[in-house]
Design a protein around this ligand. Sequence first.
Ligand code: AMP
Length: 393
Amino acid sequence: MPIKFIDQLDLSKKKVFIRVDFNVPIQKGQITNDARIKAALPTIEYAISKGAKVILASHLGRPKGKEVKEFSLEPIAQRLLFLLKKEVIFSENCEANGNRKMIQDMKEGDVMLLENLRFHPGEEANSPHFATQLSKLCDVYIDDAFGCVHRAHASVEALPRLMKEKGAGFLLKKEMEALSTLLKNPNRPFTVILGGAKVSDKINLITHLLEKVNTMLIGGAMAYTLLKAQGKKVGTSLVEDDKLELAKYILEGVQKRKVELLLPVDHIISKEFSEDAVTQVTEGSEIPDNWMGLDIGPKTVQLFLETIQKSQTILWNGPVGAFEMAPFCEGTRRVAEAMAQNKGFTVVGGGDSVSAITQFKLQFKFSHVSTGGGASLEFLEGKILPGISALEV
Ligand code: AMP
């Protein structure tokens, strides 16, 4: 069913509730990274320019339904004032009756930020009562919090269901368009690169993407469960022994669908997981006893790069090695660089891959970098996301 976007709605003189994702890292009252606030600015500035009374709402951290000072959005109101260059009214209680009077008195283009939605137990409980209280504050509902659309929380699900005038903001629109392109009409060859710690976290993604992609490159610790299922020696590498049957099922699925699956053919191995670890490169795909695989080896890098270079569409989720430690970051860095140079449609999703490209200062070199780890994973798994279906009209 169709979803409207913010630029298809009449916002003039309306009280517009915008659910944003301002869940930013804060240390000792200081915001250490404001990327999420900046990502919502196009939507906020658009609503201001249309003469809306803008009501912003977000969660921050996990206060579990109680007022916890360290999770107050007050520092965010200060940062917004700086970024928008205009006054931001801060409401200390997100559902107070007094807010209605304050909003009534707001002028066109004024901005209010509500206190942390999760200070109220009704938010995470998806409470209809809490949603009704919030609905009384506004005429129009906009969701621009892509990172939260997979959660059935009151401000994401129950509230938009109550609203007639509703739609997606520019950030949510961009995410939906980019991820839908991958699932619906990717230019081919379409390659997915998967990594990270566990096969079990990505099983739904793998199963869904097997129907869509031409080539699947798998690195990271999750590759060892697949290699072990193929009967290979993996030493002391991180393996999910209780998922070996699942791994065999994936390998059979690959064969049935004629998807090309490339697993590591060599590895960077070590006996310890540390910054000054002594490493070796294996000759082939087997790992000796007492050694663990912590990154893909040079032959695998070459193999992966050749595939990346000839792909028209690439999705990457999960580092191909323990990239946080210098001795094991080369594979992930080479994959990131090759993808950054690709002129096709390149998408990075998932918290750790985004950290990796940020560490390598390549974050602006991709067609799309998803702002939601869990949400992008569930979208790409083909799941119906509560925050998106609640926007349907
Ligand atoms: P995930 O959250 O599932 O995407 O996993 C990301 C984590 O997997 C990162 O912290 C990586 O350090 C870790 N990782 C990737 N490859 C390996 C490996 N070969 N051995 C141990 N950890 C790994």
